[in-house]
Design a binder for this molecule. Structure first.
Ligand SMILES: [Zn+2]
Ligand SMILES: [Zn+2]
Length: 134
């Protein structure tokens, strides 16, 4: 019984990771629930949510938690930069070199240690931009 339960959890987690890594849209828990349900029709939103929290605390996925918006999740855990649309909230990756030098600057000026950084640009996505041009 216990083994069966563990097995089911492992399978759910596996499918959640697989679905998340298929996309670059940085889905919310709701969106990911919709995707995962195609393969696990009975899975609940709270189960998806709980698995996402566990996976992100284990460093298997990235949780993007910015104030005032719904949490989004990312299958890419290596440091990379994001850009968020200020109109529709869409989030994309920005394919550019990360800038580790700024961590050293921040460390020296703040006297914090173990400094890391997250960069999120904002702008207007191509869809919103073309709509606004009518
Ligand atoms: Zn947009
Ligand atoms: Zn990303």
């Amino acid at each position: 019984m216990h083994t069966q339960l563990n097995h089911r959890m492992t399978k759910q987690r596996q499918i959640i990771i697989e679905e998340l890594r298929k996309v670059t849209s940085h889905p919310t828990a709701d969106q990911l629930h919709e995707m995962v349900r195609k393969r696990l029709p009975r899975i609940s939103l709270s189960t998806v949510y709980r698995n996402l929290e566990t996976l992100s605390s284990e460093g298997m996925i990235l949780k993007m938690d910015s104030a005032g918006t719904q949490k989004r999740f990312d299958g890419t855990v290596e440091n990379h930069y994001h850009i968020r649309c200020s109109r529709c909230g869409r989030v994309d990756d920005v394919h550019m070199e990360t800038i580790p030098e700024i961590e050293e600057i921040a460390r020296r000026r703040s006297s914090y240690q173990s400094v890391s950084h997250i960069i999120e640009f904002t702008g207007i996505c191509p869809n919103c931009y073309s709509q606004s041009r009518g």
